[in-house]
Every structure is written in C-alpha cells, then in structure tokens.
Write a protein that binds this ligand. Structure first.
Ligand code: COA
Length: 496
C-alpha cells in the first residue's frame, strides 16, 4: 500500500484533527496495545487549547494515559473500564463521567448507536497489510468495532511491538442484531475470523509511527494468603474431579485482572492438573508461567498484559507460543454464547461478598468506584462455575470482606457459585440462602469477624424470611468503618 505512506503524519498533527465534543475509540486493554502517541499529544495540546472528548477503549490504558488525560481535564465521558488511581479520584469527585460497562457490551452499544457516532478510531498496530488489514499489537479489545464504525481511523504503527504478533489475532465481527447466525466457535483453539481488522483504506486519515513498548503490569507477586487461596481453589477442583464433574484437564479457565486472580492461577503450577485450556480476556504472567511449565495446551484472550521481566521473555520468544495462543475482540472473548458453550471455570476477584453470596467488585463503601465490573459479569453470569476470590480482610483487618450485606451489588447471589478466601472455600451451588450463610461464615470469614457475623444472622433469623436480614443494620458494618476506622465492634476481639 504505497499510497498509505503519504498519510504518515506526526502525532501532534493527528491530535490537531480532534475537535471539542468528539468521541474517540482508542485501542488498549489492561495496559496492552494502547494507542500511545496521539493521546499524549492531546494531553499536550490541552495545555494551551482546552477541549473535552469522550474516550472509549477496550479497558484500562497504560503509559499513565488515563492519569494524564484525567489530570488534563480533557475527558467528558469515559468507558468501559479504568484502573488508575488519579482517574478514579476524578470520577469519584464527579469531574468526569464514567460508564461502568460489561466489557462485552461496548461493541453492542456502539453498533446500536446508543453511544453516538465514533469520530475517530485511534488504534495501535504492528502492520497494515497489502489487502487492507490492520494487524493489532498486544490487544484487540474493542479496536475492530471502533475501526468498523468510526468515520476516520488513525493507525499508530509501533515498531517496538514484536512483528511476530502478525498471525496471532482472530478478528470476527458478529454483525448487527437480527442478521446474526451462531458464532461457530466450539473449542478454545478454533479460528473463525481474519488475522487483522478489515478497514476501508479511504477511512485511514493518518498513520503515526511510534516506538514504545507497553507499560508493564502492576500486579504484585503471590503472597502467603494468595497461596492459601490457590490451595483452596485446587481443593475445590479436586472435589469436582472426585465427583466426576471435571477431569484433570479441568475445563477452559478464565481469570480476571489483578494480583489476586493472577496469584491464584499461579497456584496451578504445582498442581496435578494438566493439558489446561484458557479462554479469558486478559492473559497475565501466570498464564505464561503455566505455558512454560507445560501445563497449558492453548490460551485464547483479548490482550496480553505482563510484568517487565515476563514481557522481555515472552516477546523475545513468541515462537514458543505459536499455534498455542490467539487474541480475539473482547465481544468474542466475553461472549455469553461462547462462555456458556465452552463451559468455563471463571475466577474473578471480589472487593466484598455478603453472607448470602452477593458480590461487590466495584464500589468501595458502596459509593466510590474502584476500577469497574470489567468482564467479571460477562463470565459469572454465563460460565459453568462462577468462582469469586477475595482475601477475608482488607486494610490490615479493619475491613471484613465478608459482610452482612454488600454495599453495592455487581454479581447477585444467583450468579455466584463458589467464594474462596485464604480461610477456605464455600461451595454455594444448590444451597438455599439459609444454608449459604453457614458455609460462607464458617469457611470464608476471618476468625476475628465470625462471631459478629453469627450474631447478625441470629438476629436476622428472629425476623424470618427467605433471606433473613436486620435491614436497619444491614449496612452498619460500613457505617462503623466510616465512623471508627474499623468494621470490628468494640466488644469483638482485635485482629492481633
Ligand atoms: N473495601 C475496601 N477496599 C478494599 C476491599 C474492601 N472490601 N477489598 C480490597 N480492597 C482494596 C485493597 O486494600 C487494595 O487497596 P490498595 O490498592 O490501596 O492496596 C485494593 O482494593 C486492591 O485489592 P487487592 O487485594 O490488591 O486485589 P486486586 O489487585 O486483585 O484487585 C479488585 C481486586 C476487585 C479491585 C480487581 O480485581 C477488580 O477491579 N475487579 C473488578 C473487575 C474484574 O473482576 N474483572 C475481571 C475480568 S477482567
């Protein structure tokens, strides 16, 4: 495509095309494959020329882009996920609007026009092929729907990303509602689409040349508590094998973002389970550690997000994973039809769970946004077994992650099968609410909070009901935390 060479422009020039009030669809999913140069130029431009735009992405961005854009005040509305402390603060102070969306829903909202037109898709790529395919870098995220629906496309061609990524992607567009057939993917390793994002070359308004690696992930290594959680999860899987519901190959695994989910996956390295498959959205360090010790047969994701050390190793040796890895759009990695068909075991992290199994993954003290629901709802609602992991306490023990009533509900009791903490696991499947309370308190709560939880439940029982509660006290643990700095009642034993 000789003609495209004439469209090479600087990031500043591309940024100058963006007008106040526009909507931008940026590539990027959990710090991987983000458009880097044009957003930076937009932040620079805002210093002398203030404006606001809507920023849609796959998920969170690297390079401190979410932080810088939030600080520069250029965002009117942001969706569907972020994980940056500064942006979080701006959201919680009401300075920018955040739509916390199921990650499989964004493409559908764009297709239906609910989110309005996308003026510019700005996507990172490792190549544009002769036959008009944009080859994404380390994530697909929502890039294919942005390119498909945007009026203009800016491609950031990044020479620092490994060229061997070409061939790794499988881009499938499910078409508009009402014109769709089944998505013909019946195993994690099947390919159903093209190796790149098909684009009408006329829409490519500019190509910006860049040379910068993704930001490394910020996950912290496994610790004693996450190792215990991994042990409990493995004990649960063993029971499933014993009961004949799983074999030693388990079922395709999905694991969410963050240190806890990564550490729990890491625990599988020492287990007897083998020939594993992964059907997830983000592929973190643990997936590649499992690959490297021969435990994983195939992994399908929509982004690769790695620590600095792992990134050097994986990207210098991509050939090692050839034929064992595929990256798909997030509406496919998180698609309800496929999650249900493949029968996933889904492992996601909760901030808190209540005694009946409702889970809060997003709102601290019921009001303050943490990161967003991400794909956890896509998976929990449709998978074979929805597992939520969380340490039993947070903030040095001042917070119990098992509470009488969650202060915000992301995953209802109907969608939560198993809760795992470092104390043990609660298998809630087939249990009525009154049965669930007992296993959650006894198996998952921290000993310092067990008696308090039992007292709450006894009082709730005296009022009766299918799901007994003392409604005026249901959120008293959260108000106590706000007032005294701890959820512990004064009469309870301290944690130390
Ligand atoms: N109340 C208040 N704060 C809490 C808390 C609670 N009940 N539970 C945890 N936290 C705090 C921790 O103290 C920690 O704070 P710090 O950053 O100041 O140290 C922070 O939340 C992160 O917790 P951590 O235990 O380190 O876990 P994590 O890195 O695995 O993140 C989630 C946990 C829930 C925030 C994260 O997994 C998430 O955003 N999940 C929702 C999206 C999702 O599940 N996506 C899955 C598909 S991508």
């Amino acid at each position: 495509m000789e003609e495209l060479k004439n469209r090479i422009v600087s990031a500043d020039e591309a940024a100058s095309w963006i007008e106040d009030g526009m909507t931008l669809g940026l590539s990027g999913f959990t710090r991987a494959g983000d458009a880097k140069a044009v957003p930076m130029s937009l932040v620079e431009r805002a210093k002398t020329d203030p404006f606001k735009v809507n920023i849609f992405t796959g998920a969170s961005l690297g390079f401190d882009l979410d932080k810088m854009m939030a600080e520069a005040g250029i965002i009117h509305k942001r969706l569907p996920f972020q994980a940056d402390p500064v942006m979080r603060k701006e959201i919680n102070e009401g300075h920018l609007l955040f739509v916390d969306q199921h990650l499989s829903h964004t493409a559908e909202s764009i297709r239906s026009g609910i989110l309005g037109p996308v003026d510019y898709a700005i996507v990172e790529a490792v190549a544009i092929t002769e036959d008009g395919l944009i080859i994404p870098a380390t994530s697909v995220g929502n890039s294919s729907i942005f390119v498909d629906r945007a009026e203009n496309v800016i491609v950031e061609l990044n020479t620092a990303q490994p060229a061997e990524l070409e061939g790794l992607h499988d881009i499938f567009n499910p078409n508009d509602p009402g014109k769709r057939g089944p998505i013909r993917l019946t195993s994690v390793d099947e390919r159903i689409g093209e190796i790149g994002i098909r684009v009408d070359p006329v829409k490519i308004k500019g190509i910006v040349l860049t040379n910068a690696q993704d930001s490394p992930s910020t996950i912290v290594p496994p610790d004693a508590e996450t190792a215990q959680m991994a042990d409990h999860l493995i004990a649960f899987f063993r029971e499933e094998v014993k009961a004949g519901r799983l074999t030693n190959e388990l079922a395709p695994l999905q694991s969410g973002i963050g240190s806890v989910a990564n550490a729990v996956m890491h625990g599988l390295i020492e287990s007897e389970f083998e020939n594993l498959e992964v059907y997830s959205e983000v592929l973190q360090d643990a997936v590649f550690d499992l690959f490297d010790c021969g435990k994983i047969r195939f992994a399908s994701g929509c982004s690769i997000t790695l620590s600095e050390e792992k990134m050097q190793d994986v990207y210098s040796n991509l050939a090692r994973y050839q034929g064992k890895l595929v990256l798909r759009p997030q509406e496919i990695s998180n698609h309800p039809e496929l999650i249900r068909r493949l029968g996933l075991l889904s492992i996601n992290t909760a901030l808190e769970a209540d005694i009946y199994g409702n889970v809060n993954s997003t709102h601290v003290l019921g009001t303050k946004m943490m990161n967003g629901i991400g794909g956890s709802g896509d998976f929990a609602r449709n998978c074979r077994t929805a597992i939520f992991v969380t340490k039993s306490t947070a903030k040095g023990g001042a917070v119990s992650s098992i509470v009488p009533f969650v202060s915000h509900v992301d995953h209802t009791e109907h969608d939560v099968d198993v809760i795992v903490t470092e104390q043990g696991y609660a298998d809630l499947r087939g249990l009525a609410p009154r049965e669930r309370v007992l296993v959650i308190i006894e198996n998952c709560a921290h000993p310092a909070y067990k008696e308090q939880l039992r007292r709450y439940y006894e009082e709730a029982l005296s009022r009766g009901g299918q799901t007994p509660h003392v409604l005026e006290k249901a959120l008293s643990w959260h108000t106590r935390l706000a007032e005294t700095g701890s959820m512990l009642e004064q009469s309870s034993l301290s944690l130390s």
